[in-house]
Design a protein around this ligand. Structure first.
Ligand SMILES: CC(C)(COP(=O)(O)OP(=O)(O)OC[C@H]1O[C@@H](n2cnc3c(N)ncnc32)[C@H](O)[C@@H]1OP(=O)(O)O)[C@@H](O)C(=O)NCCC(=O)NCCS
Length: 262
């Protein structure tokens, strides 16, 4: 695990290994939270991008999109390095699939999936066995998003949000992130009626909330918020997640929220 760097222009990275049990077998996944300025990513992209990924990052892209592409792949490569420290990140490619979903390939990695999300200079990524599908999301909590979030939430979900702790923008964004993370797990994105992705139940977790989904009982999601960053990780309901240092993860999220703004 690494903490923040002393150099302000250097990247911030925090990683968390996850051990799960599914069908009696141990399953290994890893999470990474990363933040970096665009100029650092541009200057260092040759050290972590596969040539096919570098081809995606053309000068024609808007700086915001370029930043998202780069910091998302940087976070994903840091998560991959936890599972496969000996593999050169430049040998691994995350290409868009036909649904725009990230598809990982490269010698030495078999049956691994990746999900990622970026919010300005900050990104999160999870690398997981394909047999245990996961999805991740990260958003800034914004008061001005409340009307949109309310309009996109079914009545039952609005009632659920009203019962949560915290300010309204945070409560609604928690549920939104959970839905986006589910949509990535399912590979549909937000192209389906949003009621299908609705959160149906919540229960406390030491540093956040566990959520169940109204229409997808196969999955559950963990919601964590720190500062104005909300993150959600969705994984199958049928796997057991071993204890992990979520408090340190949340502290890193708080630091990223504080220090890494657009
Ligand atoms: C997937 C989606 C929910 C992402 O939401 P977002 O808030 O814009 O962005 P995030 O930063 O949270 O996530 C972006 C990442 O999601 C991933 N992603 C995109 N589509 C995905 C899908 N169908 N399934 C899983 N993951 C997907 C990508 O890795 C993307 O990052 P990248 O393009 O840098 O590789 C949203 O883009 C969506 O609904 N897409 C649906 C597909 C679509 O409409 N595509 C447009 C093509 S016409």
């Amino acid at each position: 695990m690494t903490g923040p760097s002393a150099e302000p222009s250097a990247p911030f990275v925090h990683t968390l290994p996850l051990t799960l049990t599914g069908r009696g077998e141990p399953l290994y996944a890893s999470l990474a939270l990363a933040a970096a300025p665009l100029d650092w990513l541009d200057a260092n992209s040759e050290k972590f991008l596969h040539p096919d990924e570098a081809a995606l990052v053309t000068d024609r892209l808007h700086a915001r999109r370029r930043h998202g592409l780069l910091v998302g792949r940087y976070a994903a490569k840091r998560a991959l390095a936890m599972l496969h420290p000996a593999i050169d990140p430049r040998a691994l490619a995350i290409r868009p699939g036909v649904l725009e979903q990230p598809v990982l390939s490269g010698a030495g990695v078999r049956n691994l999936g990746v999900s990622l999300s970026h919010a300005g200079p900050v990104a999160v990524a999870v690398v997981f066995p394909e047999g245990c599908p996961m999805g991740i999301d990260l958003e800034r909590v914004r008061a001005d998003a409340v009307p949109l979030l309310l309009s996109q939430s079914p009545e039952a979900e609005r009632r659920l949000a009203a019962c949560l702790d915290g300010p309204e923008p945070e409560r609604l964004m928690r549920l939104w992130c959970l839905k986006e993370a589910l949509s990535k797990t399912l590979r549909c994105g937000l192209t389906v009626p949003l009621e299908l992705l609705a959160v149906g139940s919540v229960e406390p977790h030491p540093t956040g909330l566990w959520a169940g989904f109204a229409n997808f009982a196969q999955y559950r999601g963990l919601s964590l918020v720190a500062g104005d960053l909300a993150a959600a990780l969705v994984l199958p309901q049928t796997v057991t997640l071993a204890p992990a240092d979520w408090a340190a993860w949340q502290a890193a999220l708080a630091e990223a929220a504080r220090e890494w703004r657009e």
